[in-house]
Design a protein around this ligand. Sequence first.
Ligand code: PEP
Ligand code: MN
Length: 360
Amino acid sequence: MTTTFDPQDLIYPFPTPAQPGMPTIIAGPCSAETESQTLGTARLLADAGIRIFRAGIWKPRTHPGNFEGVGTPGLRWLRRVKSETGMLTATEVATPIHVADALRAGVDILWIGARTSANPFAISEIAEALKSSPDTPVLVKNPLAPDLEAWIGTFQRLYRAGIRRLGAIHRGFSQFGQNAYRNNPDWRVPIELHRRLPGLPILVDPSHISGRRDLVASLSQQALDLGFDGLMIESHINPECAWSDKAQQITPSDLGTLIRSLHPREASVESEHLDMLRRRIDMIDTEIIRLLSQRMATSSEIGDYKRTHGMQVVQEARYNSLMEERIAEAARTGLSAEFMRGIFQAIHAESVKIQLGETR
Ligand code: PEP
Ligand code: MN
């Protein structure tokens, strides 16, 4: 058996979408809570055209004392979902016991959560437990930190265990403090994953990225605009009463509306590829603007400090060393000194203006 990751060997882990060009969508509640909540949600999702149902049975929670999933008894409900609606079922596994129980209960697709996916011990144990069922599709969420190598290492371990039906789920990265999103989408990481492991399908989880139901639709469209293959969306029959992640779940009916509003992109058409690259450039530019704005806000704070301490605005030695360091740092990534000098002169000039109180 070859053990180096060969994208040619991968097998697409999902049924082909009902309509060509439509993204693969996995939907269902964050957690299976009760039999009626699970079955009730599943029936509505099946009516909305969903073909893969998700529900967490074992829930890794940040704080102890929160609902940690119903555990193995809930697998019976997933079996009922499958037999009554015909949907495939998917759940999160974190230990070899989860794998064995889920496979015994006929769960079709397993995923490895963000808290497990960067742990080589756990992944090796899960891979071992899967050796007798290597045809099981396994999806791997990104680790909590934007550690691309750890994410890739997990795919390599599963691949070495003979698993070929692999997929990734981008669910954003943990960050400190209050932010627009619960988890920072930092799209550069899944884009780089695609470059490194071409052929590996990547779904986006707008529910865990946003943490807020009102942002799920726009993030879903953004995911398709960036060329990703599908979506995993949390949907609950009664989101307000959900036992976990209630702020980000949407009703099956809202999910139906969301899906009808999506504009899928056809990546195989030449100009679509160019469009996608341009959208990536747009996204990077937005990030540059955000960082520049943060830099100027910090400059302004420095200006306040210098004013209250009677210091002059331009400190020659600091300016010279900053310029030298930035040019050397940029050179290591292949950016020319001339280009960097121009950019940092402009940034510095604006910073001085701000500190002199000429703008803002
Ligand atoms: C989930 O899918 O409900 C979940 C716990 O996700 P993550 O591992 O992305 O936090
Ligand atoms: Mn969740």
